[in-house]
Design a protein around this ligand. Structure first.
Ligand code: FNR
Ligand code: LAC
Length: 367
């Protein structure tokens, strides 16, 4: 019997990417997949996991496995969350609502991007699952404050301030495509603010205009302190690369950090996040929660990140591939797939609980 008569459901997150590439418009696919410049970090985020080896424990009772964990006190069914990514309506018509509902279905948490194509109100109304809000700091501090208070009132449970993007990295495909939001879509959080900025636009991508015109390139630790002073919400800094910055985040009393290089989209040639994690984890020594994103594509990647000190990981692009392939169903299937892979990897590692993923499971391939 020919295999062709069976529907070919993707079997891995990378097969979701392949399929997404065949259904998305080129500018959208390029925007989603690109990294900055030579895309060295983009590749490195994936390669690094291939150099890390696992040393499973034998003869452990793994009949019952528990993937649940907590992030900033919030229980989730697995140590995998949805990273904030822009413009979900480019992937499917219901956009961020499909994503939020996929998160809820899989009992995990979504971080809504500041560059959402759906308002934070609509997203909050569409789910009873936990949401965090990813914040970019605008030059206009009143606008910043209004956004924070809006999401606070809507019940978002934490602010995730992205600190690796004073300007946008240069993704050369987007420049070539003069990437901009397709007609009819807006950055729903700020609405007409963007339209004004775009009116002054010449070429380039509207996204670059957004960054350069609206976002504040002068942001320092003082400004994130200011945000803490005006909000009751826990605050996480996303985009930490260095141990000294991680320690500073502890000293400033922040609740968490995301070890992240923005999926290789900002400064090219920074290391894979998984390689930064061990020393950051040692330096922080449990004083705040450490999350990690960038290149997580397999259940074994999740185990490696946990073993090296992450409390949970986030996935970015794979959710977009799921949305492109099948909207809510596709994003749900992606979460389910990585969950199942993680569960199987746990069993095969000889661990029955996420807290048992410890450093002794890890080795490094030298060649
Ligand atoms: C992002 N990322 C991102 N981060 C953020 O803080 N705010 C944002 O609006 C976006 N937008 C965005 C769009 C797209 C298309 C991508 C691919 C990424 C970065 C994101 O949160 C995360 O750090 C990476 O996506 C993680 O890497 P992987 O899982 O995509 O390899
Ligand atoms: C990006 C911005 C929006 O990575 O964070 O495209």
């Amino acid at each position: 019997v020919s295999g062709d008569i069976y529907p070919k459901l993707p079997l891995s997150l990378s097969e979701y990417e392949e399929l997404a590439g065949s259904v998305l418009d080129k500018p959208a696919y390029d925007y989603y997949r690109s990294g900055a410049n030579d895309e060295i970090t983009l590749a490195e985020n994936l390669q690094a996991y291939k150099r890390i080896q696992l040393y499973p424990r034998i003869l452990v009772d793994v009949e019952k496995r528990d993937l649940t964990t907590t992030v900033l006190g919030q229980e989730i069914s697995m140590p995998i969350m949805i990273a904030p990514t822009a413009f979900h309506k480019m992937a499917c018509p219901s956009g961020e609502i499909a994503t939020a509902q996929a998160a809820e279905k899989n009992q995990t948490l979504m971080v809504l991007s500041s560059l959402s194509t759906t308002t934070p109100e609509e997203v909050a109304a569409s789910t009873s699952g936990p949401l965090w809000f990813q914040l970019y700091i605008y030059k206009d501090r009143d606008l910043t404050k209004r956004v924070i208070h809006r999401v606070e009132e809507l019940g978002y449970k934490a602010l995730c301030i992205t600190v690796d993007a004073p300007l946008l990295g240069r993704r050369e495909r987007d420049v070539r495509n003069t990437f901009s939001l397709p007609k009819g879509l807006t950055i729903a959080t700020v609405g007409d603010y963007l339209e004004k900025a775009m009116a002054e636009n010449a070429k380039n991508s509207s996204l670059n205009v957004y960054f350069t015109n609206l976002l504040d390139q002068s942001v320092t630790w003082r400004d994130v302190e200011w945000i803490r002073s005006i909000s009751e919400l826990p605050i996480i800094l996303k985009g930490v690369h260095r141990t000294d910055d991680a320690i500073r985040a502890v000293e400033h009393g922040f609740d968490g950090i995301v070890v992240s290089n923005h999926g290789g989209r900002q400064l090219d040639t920074v290391p894979a996040t998984i390689n930064l994690l061990p020393s950051i984890s040692d330096a922080v020594n449990g004083r705040l929660e450490i999350f990690l994103d960038g290149g997580i594509r397999r259940g074994t990647d999740v185990i490696k990140a946990l073993a090296l000190g992450a409390r949970a990981v986030l996935i970015g692009r794979p959710i977009l591939w799921g949305l492109a392939v099948g909207g809510y169903e596709g994003a749900s299937a992606v979460l389910r797939l990585i969950r199942d892979e993680t569960d199987l990897a746990m069993a095969l590692c000889g661990i029955s609980n996420v807290s048992e993923a410890t450093k002794d499971l890890i080795g490094y391939r030298t060649a």
